[in-house]
Design a protein around this ligand. Sequence first.
Ligand code: UDX
Ligand code: UDX
Ligand code: ADP
Length: 476
Amino acid sequence: PETPIRKICCIGAGYVGGPTCSVLALKCPDIQVTVVDRSELRINQWNSSKLPIYEPGLDEIVQKCRGRNLFFSTDMVPALKEADLIFISVNTPTKTFGLGKGRAADLKFVESCARLIADVCERSKIVVEKSTVPVRAAASIVNILKANTKPGVSYQVLSNPEFLAEGTAVNDLTNPDRVLIGGEISEDGKRAIAALSWVYQHWVPAEKIIHMNTWSSELSKLAANAFLAQRISSINAISAVCEATGADVSEVAKAIGLDSRLGPKFLQASVGFGGSCFQKDILNLVYISESLNLTSVAAYWQQVIDMNEYQKMRFGQRIVQAMFNTITDKHITVLGFAFKKNTGDTRESPAIYVAKHLLEEGACLHIYDPKVERAQILLDLDQPDEKENSCVRIFDDPYEAAKGTHALVICTEWDQFITYDYQRMYDSMLKPAFAFDGRKILDHAALTKIGFHVETIGKRPGQRFQEQNWAGANGM
Ligand code: UDX
Ligand code: UDX
Ligand code: ADP
């Protein structure tokens, strides 16, 4: 293009900005990428040997590029001034107060970025919105920039939503299904789109880079997440029917997924979906629909969230019911706290909900997760700090965690959970020993053979104790 991109600045060194820029720097040795963040701690971590986020394959890329054409800094002003293109990838949490509380995305961080850019930049730039933001956010960025632009400076604002999933970010970024670029339908708009496409074409085939108007691009991101979450809520709704009838949700999912119109992915029934995006984006879609007076549309998507709440609640209740309707003072091992495997992220993790439910019922928890930081678990469970007699204890070893407890509760589908020595755990546990598999990853027949009372999602509860009770009632 006429204006080659030599320097990129990304505001926000989080789960999106960090991995995206690392892969960008790897694939574009001719571009200098500087990731800035206002958090000194975050930036120091990105510059250390222990990165602030765990993502398979990321360490190697950062090692290779950092100091070469990838830089992490808190010094935002010079990085913004020098950049030809600026990514905004700050967080957009759900508003906790005021208009749209609990549903609308809070754009305060995006807005403060736009103001800072307008304030410090002395030549024209392309500004790319990468955070998940509600439809028409690009328009607000444009308005703020326009109202504050210095003379002779102009901005092109693009929407370029990120579709990476945590735990597979490096692969998703390296081989994306598509790259969406939304922009203004004008000559300047087209030039900006071409410039950003040129960056991606360093490694993404041109036919996978699609251009559209800004609003379509913004809405596509919300819609994609809503559809994905909807599939999970749909299969989870079916899982409840399975538990009530004797059908097996895994068999049903397999049968459904073989229909090429439906496909096999995202049909894994579970304790519920988590993560920073699904709930937030759907709540946002609901809020936007309501604001546009599309009440039926809002109600439709709200059901996806409601079903997820129902699923988490059902699983929690089932644990209590199976353990003779009381878990007061019982010790329970929670295996997995992250919202999915291969990440240390706990945002909206169903494990938080389940753990809180068990705590409210009076249980003491032994928690183990391979990647979640101890402090994060305590924060998520509102536990000030871990004391000797605390009801939340966090372990570095799953076997130590299981010792002396009544039950195992699987909340995350970590691969390593599949190959644990469950006989060894069983031998160290109180009897009867229970296993509640919220992710359907374990060999339930093998666990039952060991002696566990096993319960899982989308399948009738284990028959063992019911049969014994029946035998007892008949005096046998
Ligand atoms: C459906 C199922 O597809 C089939 O597997 C099952 O055995 C019977 O029910 P059918 O109702 O014959 O088959 O047709 P289908 O192609 O599924 O279309 C159903 C309706 O959905 C039609 O009115 C069609 O126009 C509409 N449709 C389909 C859409 O509006 N949009 C789409 O993307 C697809
Ligand atoms: C999601 C989207 O996939 C990604 O495209 C978008 O950019 C951000 O949001 P992420 O939240 O990181 O990514 O992970 P994802 O793999 O989508 O899983 C979300 C949640 O759904 C997890 O809690 C996961 O365990 C759960 N899930 C997923 C299921 O319960 N069943 C499934 O079949 C798939
Ligand atoms: P995401 O999952 O969207 O990447 P994260 O919370 O992981 O969200 O990362 C967002 C990052 O953006 C955080 O590190 C935060 O410190 C940073 N951030 C938020 N607002 C600003 C701002 N105004 N200026 C600079 N950095 C910001």
